[in-house]
Design a protein around this ligand. Structure first.
Ligand code: DC
Length: 223
């Protein structure tokens, strides 16, 4: 049986940065499930589907073939045979993903792909419903969060460092809106699994969070 670590939490809590580091240190494969939802969102945008046209999102996701490969240790997402990694990290795609991921057919399609990946591989998987729905029997479940103001400031610094002009208040508003959508949707909303351990990264460095989670994994393994 494969070994699985599940990390859930709101946008901007640092899940992917931290999961990548833990994957390296613990010899696990990092599975970024948000990238899969983003690839389907990109498909919707490219096909001119409006952000309020939920019905089309639910039916047309059947036309999108999503495959995952690992190239030089990096997860690469293919959308109908095209490597789309370079297009996934924009705000437009993130916002569309937050909407299209509310649709049952979108979730069904990606959850089965994620379950399949974890069957045969030791993974650390991050997302919103990993501990509650995708890997309910994960060996370790972490709920990683941080204050919305702290998450907004991190995002602001990231964008500013890239030379992108942005507004801190607007970023925080966006984060709060996305949290609300992710937490209140009907289909597997974001919530802490009963057996997940809460880690609040608001006042912790990346290395401190990594160390804390690895320690939790080691303690659980020891048991
Ligand atoms: O983690 P991210 O920002 O890349 O995720 C983008 C959106 O995808 C997020 O707003 C909600 C959705 N998502 C989801 O519903 N379930 C997951 N397991 C991962 C992401």
């Amino acid at each position: 049986m494969s070994y699985c670590v599940a990390i859930d939490g709101p946008a901007g809590a640092g899940k992917s940065t931290i999961a990548k580091k833990i994957a390296k240190q613990m010899g696990l494969v990092y599975v970024d499930t948000g990238a899969m939802y983003r690839a389907l969102a990109l498909f919707m945008i490219r096909n001119g589907i409006a952000t309020d046209d939920l019905e089309s999102m639910n039916t047309r996701c059947e036309e999108a073939d999503i495959t995952i490969r690992y190239e030089n240790g990096e997860q690469v997402v293919y959308l109908n045979g095209e490597n789309v990694n370079a297009y996934l990290r924009t705000e437009e795609v993130g916002n569309m993903a937050s909407v299209s991921s509310t649709q049952p057919n979108v979730r069904k399609k990606l959850v089965s792909l994620q379950k399949e990946l974890a069957k045969t591989t030791d993974v650390i998987m991050d997302g919103r419903d990993i501990g509650t729905c995708v890997l309910p029997d994960a060996d370790v479940k972490i709920y990683l969060t941080a204050d919305s103001a702290v998450r907004a400031k991190r995002r602001y610094d990231e964008l500013t460092a890239k030379g992108i002009t942005c507004d801190l208040d607007e970023i925080e508003k966006d984060i709060i809106d996305r949290d609300h959508r992710d937490m209140t949707r009907e289909e597997s909303p974001l919530r802490q699994a009963l057996d997940a351990i809460l880690v609040d990264s608001s006042y912790m460095t990346i290395d401190e969070v990594v160390e804390t989670i690895i320690k939790i994994c080691e303690e659980k393994r020891g048991n």
